[in-house]
Design a protein around this ligand. Structure first.
Ligand SMILES: CC(=O)N[C@H]1[C@@H](OP(=O)(O)OP(=O)(O)OC[C@H]2O[C@@H](n3ccc(=O)[nH]c3=O)[C@H](O)[C@@H]2O)O[C@H](CO)[C@@H](O)[C@@H]1O
Ligand SMILES: C=C(OP(=O)(O)O)C(=O)O
Length: 431
């Protein structure tokens, strides 16, 4: 594959045990749906606090502005002002940049009664269809057609319905919730996703006047309202970013404290680290990993929350490539989320892939290499491996990291890592 894009690289001189404290950012995956929910307002402002400064947040912001919203940002706060009906035709240039653009479908359908949304399509981690979103919206009375790669949705008035999700899809739960809060009557979403980011959206919608019961239970009952009101909403801490820094501490056999976390959101990871013999101390809203020893090999299976997050699978693979003994990872959420494995192999990791299973034969060391990030968390896994490897690692295509990690290089440097961030344009090269 040839690339010729403005990207960047991280040059890492590995082998230093990371030490110190790092503060967690606001959650990307909580901020994006809450931003989309602002479209549900007739008039007025939603004020968001603890919004991370990320490429994906900028893309959602650009998308909302293209639909008529006025957005003001000040450090980690954001005000989204809506005046009247938003535009309902979404620009393909923005939608195609990011999967989470599809989260405007539910709110726009509820507000405007029609939407044209170019399908965001698949990405490096899988094909990512939207059939569950469409099935649920159809049950609420929407007519959905696909035309030349775009979804055209219409509904004079959405009506409450009983919806069972064949899989607890995060995005489908969010879109259906946002559609249901302005629908006529009651909607029941069964087998809803239970991720903490869903709870954050439920709390946001409730503070805007929505009537929702059952958060965190997998069965959401929504009583539709005529309109919603302005509100101030706090974004929860980013559990995936927090976990990435804990794993950075573990893989370098360092002593890292992550501040501002909700430890309960990381129970599956903490259970697995415990099984690997890695001590994590939980004190108030801080988690401290202090792990001078090599971890033991593990079996990990990605699952919907509260199971082990697929968004941590690549970073866990990096750690397990340095564990004692053999580990097995089953990736059950996305069909092709192992692209980082071949890059880890360039650093000496011994990984066999068999379909959705990775068998990892732990090594006592990794060796620095030139590697390419293919997606956000895969890129994070390469950074972790580089921090632990002997010698120099250069991770290219780090624009993927900017989608989800705020100031990653600065945070790692504060923890004592030798990291240099390059902004150069990477010219045509063959991978
Ligand atoms: C912005 C955001 O919050 N992204 C997260 C969200 O993505 P996202 O909301 O896209 O993830 P989903 O839970 O919807 O997808 C999980 C699986 O269900 C499949 N599926 C989904 C919808 C559908 O209509 N049909 C279907 O088959 C997907 O292809 C995938 O294999 O949850 C994922 C699973 O925890 C995380 O990895 C992503 O970081
Ligand atoms: C897969 C992720 O994000 P998205 O759903 O936005 O691609 C992620 O955050 O790891």
């Amino acid at each position: 594959m040839k690339t010729n894009q403005e990207s960047g690289f991280l040059k890492i001189n590995g082998g230093t045990p990371l030490k110190g404290k790092v503060k967690v950012q606001g959650s990307k995956n909580a901020a994006l749906p809450v931003m989309a929910a602002a479209l549900l307002l007739d008039n007025g402002e939603v004020h968001l606090r603890n919004v991370p400064k990320l490429l994906d947040v900028q893309t959602m912001s650009d998308l909302l502005v293209s639909l008529g919203a006025v957005i003001k940002r000040d450090d980690h706060t954001m005000t989204i002002e809506i005046e009247g009906e938003p535009a309902w035709e979404t620009p393909s240039s923005l939608v195609r940049k990011m999967r989470a653009s599809s989260l405007v479908l539910g709110p726009l359908l509820a507000r405007c009664g029609r939407v044209i949304l170019p399908l965001p399509g698949g990405c490096a981690i899988g094909s990512r269809p939207m059939d569950l979103h469409f099935k649920g919206l159809s049950k609420m009375g929407a007519q959905i057609e696909l035309d030349k790669g775009a979804v055209i949705a219409r509904a004079d008035k959405l009506v409450g319905a009983r919806i069972y999700l064949d899989f607890p899809s995060v995005g489908a739960t969010e879109n259906l919730l946002m559609a249901a809060v302005l629908a006529k009557g009651e909607t029941l979403i069964e087998n809803a996703a239970r991720e903490p980011e869903i709870d954050n959206l439920v709390r946001a919608l409730k503070s805007m006047g929505a009537a929702i019961e059952g958060e965190g239970t997998g069965i959401l009952r929504v009583r539709g309202q005529k309109e919603l009101n302005p509100a101030t909403i706090d974004i929860i801490p980013d559990r995936i970013e927090a976990a990435t820094y804990l794993l950075a501490g573990a893989i370098t056999r360092g002593d890292v404290t992550v501040k501002g976390v909700i430890a309960e959101h990381l129970n599956a990871l903490l259970a697995k680290l415990d099984e690997a013999g890695i001590e994590v101390i939980n004190k108030e809203n801080e988690l401290r990993v202090n792990s001078p020893d090599r971890p033991r090999g593990l079996t990990v299976k990605t699952m919907p929350y509260p199971g082990f997050s697929t968004d941590l699978q690549p970073q866990m693979m990096a750690l397990l490539s340095l564990a004692e003994g053999t580990s097995v990872i089953y990736e059950t959420i996305f069909e092709s989320r192992f692209l980082h494995a071949s890059e880890l192999q360039k650093m000496g990791a011994q990984i066999e892939l068999q379909g959705n299973t990775a068998i990892i034969h732990g090594q006592s060391s990794l060796i620095g290499a030139e590697v390419y990030a293919t997606d956000l968390r895969g890129g994070a896994a390469l950074v972790l491996a580089g921090l632990a490897a002997e010698g120099e690692t250069v991770v290219y295509d780090v624009h993927h990291l900017y989608r989800g990690y705020e100031n990653m290089a600065e945070k790692l440097i504060l923890l004592g890592a030798e990291v240099h961030e390059g902004k150069d344009k990477i010219k045509e090269r063959k991978q």
